[in-house]
Design a protein around this ligand. Structure first.
Ligand SMILES: [Zn+2]
Length: 250
């Protein structure tokens, strides 16, 4: 009898400790940075709201959103999600922005945020890529201007099935915009590709910037992708994966 009570107590304490460390008990607070590009706000927000109880969101629009990168505001959110195409940034704003991520704030960068900050090369470094609106030199190599095509059906291929971001996801179809000719930094970990000829081959990758995990997804132009359940799963898993490296940091 004593033994039974002993094991019961062990079981209860184990159950309680699992509950205490269960990440679903504390939602991941994402801060979505927008500005500089139109999009269907209601449907985009529906996608964010549909990421599950484990993820809550707030939107901050640039340039006012620059304040959210300041040290005193960094504890107000857990993960940055970029859906902006902003261009103007001062040296001081650029320093605070880069420091915020370098010091450990995780980031998921979506779609046209690959096209932001034409004249700030450190941004290419942060997200590991860049769509060029004009011929641009990176690391001594000149890249011509890129091109885009709207409204294409194409297949997204899982290039790295073991990566946690694509766990449980198989090749899937999207109706989205492609970008061709953008820069993808050496050393990133690609996990999505496409054979669509109007697109650059690699369309999803992971990297680190300082202490932070970063994921960049090229897809996400419009409502068909916002409503695509596989894309939502990919976005959710991206947010969870980048967060897992930074949850002990302020
Ligand atoms: Zn677009």
């Amino acid at each position: 009898m004593k033994n039974r009570i002993f094991f019961l107590l062990i079981f209860i304490s184990l159950a309680l400790s699992v509950f205490a460390i269960n990440p679903s008990s504390k939602p991941i607070r994402i801060l979505v940075i927008t500005g500089g590009h139109d999009f269907k706000v209601d449907q985009f927000n529906q996608m964010l709201a549909g990421l599950g109880d484990n993820i809550t969101y707030k939107i901050a629009e640039l340039p006012g959103a620059y304040d959210m990168f300041l040290p005193e505001n960094r504890s107000k959110y857990d993960v940055l999600v970029f859906y902006h195409m902003w261009q103007k940034i001062t040296d001081e704003q650029a320093k605070v922005f880069a420091d915020c991520i370098r010091q450990g704030k995780p980031l998921v960068a979506l779609h046209h945020s690959i096209c932001a900050y034409d004249d700030w090369p450190e941004y290419f470094n942060i997200i590991g890529g860049k769509y060029f609106h004009k011929p641009t030199v990176v690391d001594g190599k000149e890249y011509p201007a890129c091109s885009y095509i709207h409204d294409l059906h194409f297949t997204v291929r899982i290039a790295n099935p073991k990566h946690p971001v694509v766990k449980g996801i198989k090749d899937f179809e999207v109706f989205d915009e492609t970008y061709k000719g953008y820069y993808v930094a050496e050393g990133v970990t690609p996990f999505l590709t496409t054979d669509e000829p109007s697109s650059t081959h690699v369309i999803g990758w992971a990297k680190k910037y300082g202490k932070a995990r970063v994921v960049t997804l090229q897809s996400g132009h419009d409502v068909p992708t916002f409503e695509n359940p596989v894309f939502r799963k990919l976005l959710k898993q991206s947010i969870e994966w980048v967060y897992n490296s930074g949850k002990n940091q302020k």
